[in-house]
Design a protein around this ligand. Structure first.
Ligand SMILES: Cc1cc2nc3c(=O)[nH]c(=O)nc-3n(C[C@H](O)[C@H](O)[C@H](O)COP(=O)(O)OP(=O)(O)OC[C@H]3O[C@@H](n4cnc5c(N)ncnc54)[C@H](O)[C@@H]3O)c2cc1C
Length: 385
């Protein structure tokens, strides 16, 4: 069994792996759009893949605050690895939420032992940002279920060992209260992976689309009860997804700030003998970048703590946290590029990678448009959907 790991210990451990393993690979992972197997192996060997698996099953039994802290540390070095890790964490939390004994043995123990990577396959081409409205459907056939449909942007697509998928019984497509979460093993017959992922950023993510053509999975793959999905979406997927993504984009913003500080302190003009850090217009911008990043971090940690303690006000705080971090990551990486001058504007520069990676923040679900609406409705006491 893993030892109990308070957030500070996890932060140190993930920062060490990020520096020693993730950072040296990050440029290649981005350039080659390479799924970060090496980095994820290091995280598994350190016991981090079982972050949300209960301690009695060998995991760390950690919650949202630890997720925010670990994903931030990883993303400071490589956002692709952090994203694959984050999506694994969200899916493993969905698996753990209402796991049967069979699912504990089949998925949760191997995850805790670092032998199994999972991920979320919710989004579909037909419903896009409305990840909670699947059109894939499933039906019972003997002791099995048969799944049919399409999934899009599946992080770790074709690499994970299992996929947490959403699907509806035929005929229930327009009723948002009827979809179901199921777990699909990677070798289930009928999964066809489509084109390789060639994203603008987070290029090692392997966010691929898949056709599910009469995929046969055992009925033991049902997560919770038929129609439990709204419980899953708002009790597990949303909080863990929002915090995992917030952690990743926070890491991107912090990495851009770190690069800016190093650059301004080291770049010296010959005609004045001064470093860029001595120019007030530039240090003023650094002040704004620092404030924005730290403010976003405090909001993320505050929301995560509220979520961990089951506070009724956690929902609005979690929505606001991801919303704010998305704007922060884009604004801070833009500012960093501005301050880096022509040197930052090189092909394949670390800053260029961060700038591209940050752009995913607004378009990954829940997207900025939908989140803002949910936040307003949540604060006004209105139904979200
Ligand atoms: C790098 C990356 C990794 C991803 N990983 C995963 C994953 O692991 N699992 C997974 O399930 N999904 C994943 N996704 C999918 C992601 O969460 C979104 O579902 C997807 O980006 C939506 O893209 P789309 O082009 O279909 O959006 P569209 O639905 O076409 O939306 C386009 C724009 O319109 C806005 N919009 C759409 N509908 C509304 C509305 N009703 N009101 C206001 N605005 C609206 C959206 O906010 C967006 O800005 C990933 C996406 C990316 C980019």
């Amino acid at each position: 069994m893993n030892e109990i790991a308070p957030p500070a210990v996890l932060q140190k451990k993930s920062a060490q792996i990020a520096a020693a393993v993730l950072a040296p690979d990050a440029e290649r992972v981005d350039r080659e759009a390479e799924w970060p197997a090496h980095g994820l192996r290091a995280l598994a060997d350190a016991g981090l893949m079982g972050l949300h698996i209960p301690r009695r099953l060998g995991g760390l039994g950690e919650g949202l605050l630890s997720l925010a802290i670990v994903t931030e540390e990883l993303a400071r070095a490589c956002s692709s690895t952090a994203m694959c890790f984050g999506m694994h964490c969200v899916a493993s939390k969905v698996l753990a939420a209402k796991a049967t004994k069979h699912q504990e043995d089949q998925y949760l123990r191997p995850i805790a032992e670092g032998r199994h990577i999972t991920t979320l396959a919710l989004s579909e081409p037909g419903t896009g940002a409305h990840f909670f409205l699947p059109r894939s459907h499933y039906w019972a056939q003997g002791d099995d279920y048969v799944l049919d449909g399409r999934k899009s942007f599946v992080t770790s697509g074709s690499h994970a060992d299992s996929y947490v998928v959403s699907a509806v019984p035929p005929g229930a497509e327009l009723d948002p209260g009827t979809f179901t979460c199921l777990v699909m093993d990677c070798d289930s017959p009928g999964i066809e992976w489509l084109d390789a992922w060639r994203g603008l950023g987070v290029r090692g993510n392997s966010s691929r689309a898949a056709k599910l053509k009469n995929v046969t999975i055992p009925q033991t793959s049902l997560l919770g009860l038929t129609g439990d999905q709204i419980w899953y979406v708002f009790e597990v997927v949303a909080p863990y997804f929002l915090v995992a993504m917030a952690g990743v984009y926070l890491g991107i913003a912090q990495a851009a700030l770190d690069l800016t500080i190093t650059r301004l302190q080291s770049r010296r003009h010959e005609h004045t003998g001064e470093t860029l850090s001595m120019i007030s217009a530039l240090s003023d911008e650094v002040a704004d970048m620092w404030t924005r990043t730290e403010r976003a971090r405090q909001l993320v940690h505050h929301a995560a703590r509220l979520g961990d303690t089951g506070s009724p006000s956690c929902q609005a705080a979690l929505f606001a946290a991801k919303l704010d971090v998305a704007g922060t990551a884009v604004a801070v990486t833009n500012a960093a590029m501005r301050l880096a001058g022509g040197q930052g504007y090189q092909e394949n520069s670390a800053l260029g990678r961060l700038l591209r990676d940050a752009q995913a923040a607004h378009v990954m679900s829940p997207t900025t448009h939908l989140l803002k609406r949910w936040l307003g409705r949540s604060v006004l006491g209105m139904p979200l959907l």
